[in-house]
Write a protein that binds this ligand. Sequence first.
Ligand code: OOG
Ligand code: NI
Length: 480
Amino acid sequence: MTAVATPELRARFAARLSELYGREVPAYTTLVEVSHEVNRRVLERDGAAAERLGSVDRVTAERHAAIRIGTPEELAQVARVFGALGMHPTGFYDLRDAHPQPIPVVSTAFRPVDRAELARNPFRGFTSMLVPQDRRFFDEDLEARLARFLAARRLFPDELLGLADRAEQEGQPGEVDAARFLDLAAGAFALSADPVDRAWYTELERVSAVAADIGGTTTTHVNHLTPRVLDIDDLYASMTARGVRMIDEIQGPPRWHGPDVLLRQTSFRALAEPRTFREADGGIAQGELRVRFGEVEARGIALTPRGRELYDRLVAEVDRRAAGAPGRPRQEVAAEVWAAGLPDSEAELARRDLVFFTFAPAERVPDGTEPPRHLPDLLAGGWLSAEPIVYEDFLPRSAAGIFASNLSGRGEMDAAQGGAPRDAEWLSEAIGRRIRVPEQLYAEQRAESLARAAAALGITGGIVLGPEPAVGAVAGGGVR
Ligand code: OOG
Ligand code: NI
């Protein structure tokens, strides 16, 4: 019997979820259609340059799902399902101290980490876990009742988890097991018709709409499924022209003439969906909930720690200037700050070590001379070509902005209370899997490419990242 390789299983799962979510949230289908139109327009306009940050096949199929769960046990189970799909927990995001609005969750993103796997299908699952132990949001009594409620539910059937473990450990399930796994996995994330306990949901909603979405129901579901577009400003205008009401702003870096970095995101507003409720008197009634929305994103180049520091400084500067000029659109202020603060070419971004690239020997390297050892000299001399590394992760500030612009109530919080400390290490322990660090993954990819290039060019001792010390000391040791 034929076997299904991990990337193929992941691609099939992403497609299944897309079908499911399109059936549940028809506006998502519009969003995907408009995304495809935008991507076609950009390909026509920019030709090969449009595919600089990923092939059109990759980008067309690219999605991230947002999943919200209640306990470390549930997160460990999600990790097994995603593990079968070659997706590893990457990055730690604490949204409890997010602006403009704190959310009582911590998050990680499950995603492929290997370049070839990402190129094949980069499906990600941004997964948030409630922190009922955080006294700023939940008092002891509510924590105890939440814990009981969550302990009594079962989000993922044993058969699914068994198939997931087998696929992860042995790889390549047969067609029959793969089909069963996909049915059960997609089913676990479908919106359930089970009645929602109105009083319980409302009580949690007073703390946070996200707490209610997670802890107010006996099942889980996809909160949103996000396609990728090559021009998010075009997408925003095209959706608005179709009469879809978008949130006020595109989150993340502004539109500008230089290379895209990190991540820009926007969404249409959460739509009212029919749900069944159990009322206080035990009666069943129809009602609606407004929790699922349609997000879309554009991806740029990954920033090095030095680039990220610069980015954070620019964002702070935008905040400062925007606060001083209340009437001005934030995007306009941001574009101005960007133009003054960020180099507007890949070459200059690379020279200043602000973004991540992989490097390979140029098609035609100079003859008859020894290659230099320092990266800037190798680039300037035409020895190496550089390929940008796409940012494959998330931005907590955008996440919080998207959360906030889609919630109606602000929730109640008592900032004087203690918050339960949580970090990546805590999360690794809790789910028994190492949480990868995005910047380390990008740095490893760069180092591997430099080691290969050094070997191909015969540079003994390896390529040195920074310029010649005489030119200006820049940190960054030899690779290899
Ligand atoms: C997750 C919000 C974060 C993103 O793209 O930054 C997110 C959620 O709403 O559950 O999906
Ligand atoms: Ni999202």
